[in-house]
Design a protein around this ligand. Structure first.
Ligand SMILES: Nc1nc2c(c(=O)[nH]1)N[C@H]1C(S)=C(S)[C@@H](COP(=O)(O)OP(=O)(O)OC[C@H]3O[C@@H](n4cnc5c(=O)[nH]c(N)nc54)[C@H](O)[C@@H]3O)O[C@H]1N2
Ligand SMILES: Nc1nc2c(c(=O)[nH]1)N[C@H]1C(S)=C(S)[C@@H](COP(=O)(O)OP(=O)(O)OC[C@H]3O[C@@H](n4cnc5c(=O)[nH]c(N)nc54)[C@H](O)[C@@H]3O)O[C@H]1N2
Ligand code: SF4
Ligand SMILES: [Mo]
Length: 736
């Protein structure tokens, strides 16, 4: 991206604040100051349906329908701010390509409109046929971090307890699986410890593999409000919008984080920056960790990371001198062949310096999608409800007891992970797939292989707002879903805060809330009785409260939706008071969730990325988010004319000027980016934002995942989207 569009991205990230200023100005378009012509009859607040920041938006209603919105001023998350996606959240609902009826593929291969009764009968008959021929586990499902918790819980319960499925994973595998495993092993439970107020309380903020400025813009705004003039350290191979605003940018070689962090740990130990009292009272494994990192001397770190020993020294001085150090990470860490170890190294650093459980501290994984945290705890995919384990008989008995189920209904076999489901299609073990609120045919790693495999399925059902997504276009049956704003439920944001969504618009045609679709499927399947108590999203919220009781994620103290309005963080056990709008962090008492109450130092040996560059493919491809106005596969943000003006048009590849001159590329020239798996056309953006030897392509164009290499972290099975080998060459004239 050019310098000017990079700057405009920064401005875009700030548009929320500008909009807020506008809203406050007399005669502006904010809350309570709307011109009479547009005066809302009512205003209702709900959390945003895009990212995990979980901002609250005030939706202005006329005749019960949304006409406008503005950010909520009294919400503890966004304090009256929103990013462009939030401001434009209503636009995608009105898109002309909404799926308005179920669609069934006919004998000629065309998707034809059918009524719900036929769609449901067909769905049930064909799933039963797959299961009769190949066994119940041959039908699998893919869930998501983008529907309400109550909906994903009903999907997980219906599929696994009602319809006999065993395998179901979510798009959160692409995103958060690494953090889940890292936290479970280190803390004893998948528990991000922080509250957003920590961003304002830190005096040192370390952002590893995070382009916060465009990916969590309102969290960036929270950093901008920090009154302590914090040192902001960005660890990212690229000079991103966030890195440009940092006080220290460590532009390390891709996938060298583990060596850097171990080197930092060694330097801190040498400086005597270990919080001995904390380590002794509340952790285990420190001595072994210290012995392990002793091998990472500054010269080794410099050689592997490409950073200078002075940069490492400055970083160590900063961390050692910080009184409240917080370490935040996202996809530059999680999407890696060794992401779990890197995330754990971040946790290790927080533990060894005692930077946890106090204001302004923490080893803090930021989630991605609006309800990624809900999916981690309550989607009943790879974890049994409440962060439990399918393979544990005691856990199954607890869930069966709360739900009044025969424990035999609960599979004792853990689910396959996403990549194993894909592999299962290849081997013929998986014959049918129900895909809900995820567009895998665009977003899955190395998706050319997935495209081939989708064609081999006996049944592909896709449940989405739009029938035009790359995945819906491959479906045998499309179920038309209502979206955010057209239904109710709750999301859980990055800081564990439960927020409400409400219905402010009518879904078009026959589109139904996912919740209603799951209820209809249960009826059609003949297991409706099992879900009688799951009568409404709010009834399910109450059931989930009971399923969480006594767990670290206990929310049984939140009575109902009226109580949750205003935002409550978990845990909130029965008998707890207050909560709404409070800022609460975990581990203030130094007690972690392992049986011995101690956090564990976890570590291992660094390994090289799976695909090395070569003479044929000499460049490292980095992928990620392109702008604050684009969301993933663009099915929603692509429908907003306003958002489309805020990002560059068409696919582009960022190339360093040195590489561009060697390759004979001019700025804006059309090029072909090729990996061993496929190629894509793009426009060359010549910029020093990427280092020589690296190129960057945003994930928003479907072609990028033709290039990516299907390698995975061995313990989280999260795809390593941010490292593969490619070549770039100008397109020949005849190729245009
Ligand atoms: N505007 C917008 N916001 C979003 C989203 C969106 O699509 N659009 N998606 C949401 C979701 S689901 C998610 S998961 C988050 C993702 O949020 P982020 O993780 O912040 O976004 P990415 O751009 O995927 O990756 C972050 C950075 O990792 C860097 N990186 C690549 N390789 C390495 C490496 O080896 N080491 C380090 N340290 N860094 C590396 C990349 O250069 C990139 O700048 O964003 C959420 N917010
Ligand atoms: N190369 C590369 N690839 C990546 C990444 C990367 O950094 N680089 N990042 C990965 C990450 S972190 C993520 S999270 C994934 C995201 O990948 P996806 O989940 O595939 O991306 P989305 O575009 O968010 O897809 C969500 C789908 O759900 C639909 N939808 C929205 N709301 C609803 C609803 O309420 N109900 C129903 N039924 N449907 C709904 C939308 O229309 C859309 O089709 O991409 C991953 N892929
Ligand atoms: S920062 Fe995230 S939650 Fe807030 S308005 Fe933007 S997309 Fe929505
Ligand atoms: Mo994500």
């Amino acid at each position: 991206m050019s310098g000017s569009s990079r700057r405009s991205n920064l401005l875009v990230a700030r548009a929320g604040r500008q909009g807020d200023d506008l809203a406050r100005r007399p005669g502006g378009f904010g809350l309570g100051q709307v011109p009479a012509r547009l005066a809302p009859e009512a205003v209702t607040s709900m959390v945003c349906g895009y990212c995990s920041v979980g901002c609250s938006l005030d939706v202005h209603l006329r005749g019960g329908q949304a006409v406008n919105l503005s950010p909520t001023t009294e919400y503890p998350v966004n304090l009256g701010m929103a990013c462009p996606k939030g401001w434009e959240a209503l636009a995608p609902l009105a898109a002309p390509d909404r799926a308005t009826t179920p669609l069934l593929r006919d004998a000629r291969g065309q998707l034809q409109s059918v009524g719900w009764p036929e769609a449901l009968d067909t769905f049930v008959a064909r799933v039963r046929a797959v299961q009769a021929e190949h066994g119940p586990a041959a039908m699998a499902f893919l869930s998501t971090g983008q529907i309400a918790t109550e909906e994903m819980a009903l999907l997980g319960a219906l599929a696994k307890f009602g319809m006999g499925m065993v395998h179901g994973d979510g798009n959160t595998r692409q995103c958060m699986a690494t953090s889940v495993v890292a936290y479970k092993q280190a803390f004893g439970f998948d528990a991000p410890p922080y509250t957003y107020a920590d961003l304002e309380a830190s005096d040192v903020i370390i952002l590893a593999g995070s382009n916060l400025c465009i990916t969590h813009p309102i969290l960036w705004e929270r950093i901008c409000r920090n009154p302590h003039h914090p040192e902001i350290v960005v660890i990212d191979p690229r000079a991103t919008e966030t890195a440009l605003a940092a006080t220290q940018h460590l532009a390390l070689a891709p996938k060298s984080d583990l060596v850097l962090l171990y080197g930092l740990a060694r330097a801190l130990i040498e400086r005597g920056a270990v919080d001995r009292a904390f380590v002794e009272a509340h952790t285990s494994g420190f001595d072994a960790f210290a012995a392990h990192v002793a091998a990472f001397d500054p010269d080794r770190v410099a050689e592997v990371t490409g950073l200078t020993t002075e940069a490492l020294d400055r970083l160590a001085t900063t961390v050692a001198g910080g009184r409240r150090v917080s370490l935040w990470w996202t996809m530059g860490v999680n999407q890696s062949h060794e992401g779990v170890l890197v995330a754990q190294a971040i946790v290790d650093l927080a533990l060894l310096t005692g930077n946890i459980g106090r204001p302004g501290t923490g080893a803090n994984s930021i989630t991605g999608q609006c309800n990624a945290m809900g999916s981690r705890l309550f989607s009943n995919t790879t974890n049994l409800f409440g962060g439990r384990d399918f393979a544990d008989a005691g856990d199954r008995a607890e869930v069966a007891d709360v739900l009044g189920l025969d424990p035999a209904c609960i599979p004792s076999q853990p689910s396959m992970a996403f990549d194993q489901i894909v592999e299962g299609i290849a081997t013929g073990e998986i014959r049918g797939l129900w895909v809900v609120a995820t567009n895998s045919a665009h977003s899955w790693i190395n998706h050319s292989e997935l495209h081939d495999l989708l064609g081999r399925l006996d049944l592909l059902v896709v449940q989405d707002l739009y029938a035009t997504t790359e995945t819906a276009q491959r479906a045998d049956l499309v179920l038309p879903a209502a979206g955010w704003g057209e239904k109710e439920g709750t999301f859980i944001n990055s800081e564990r805060r439960i927020g409400l969504i409400t219905r402010v618009a009518r879904a078009p045609g026959q589109a139904l809330a996912d919740f209603a679709i799951f209820k209809l499927v249960a009826e059609a399947w003949g297991c409706g009785e099992l879900f009688e108590a799951w009568s409404s999203p709010e009834a399910v919220f109450e059931i989930l409260g009971r399923l969480s009781a006594g767990r670290p994620c206990d929310v049984s103290g939140i009575g109902g939706y009226a109580d949750a309005r205003g935002g409550i963080q978990w845990p909130f056990p029965a008998g707890a008071t207050g909560g709404v709008g409070e800022e609460r962090r975990l581990f203030a008492d130094g007690h972690f969730f392992h049986p011995d109450g101690r956090a564990r130092f976890c570590f291992g040996e660094p390994r090289p990325p799976r695909e090395a560059t070569s003479r044929r493919y000499p460049l490292v491809l980095l992928t990620g988010r392109g702008s604050s106005a684009q969301w993933h596969t663009q099915t929603r943000t692509g429908k907003s004319a306003v958002l489309r003006t805020l990002h560059p048009d068409g696919p582009y590849v960022e190339v360093n000027p040195a590489d561009a001159s060697e390759l004979g590329l001019g700025a804006g020239q059309d090029v072909l980016v090729t990996s061993a798996r496929g190629s894509m056309r793009a426009r060359a953006e010549v910029t020093s934002a990427v280092a020589p030897g690296q190129v960057f392509v945003p994930m928003h164009d479907a072609q990028v995942n033709r290039l990516t290499h299907p390698s995975f972290d061995p313990s989280s099975r999260q795809p390593s989207y941010k490292h593969c080998a490619v070549a770039v060459r100008p397109l020949e004239r005849w190729e245009h």
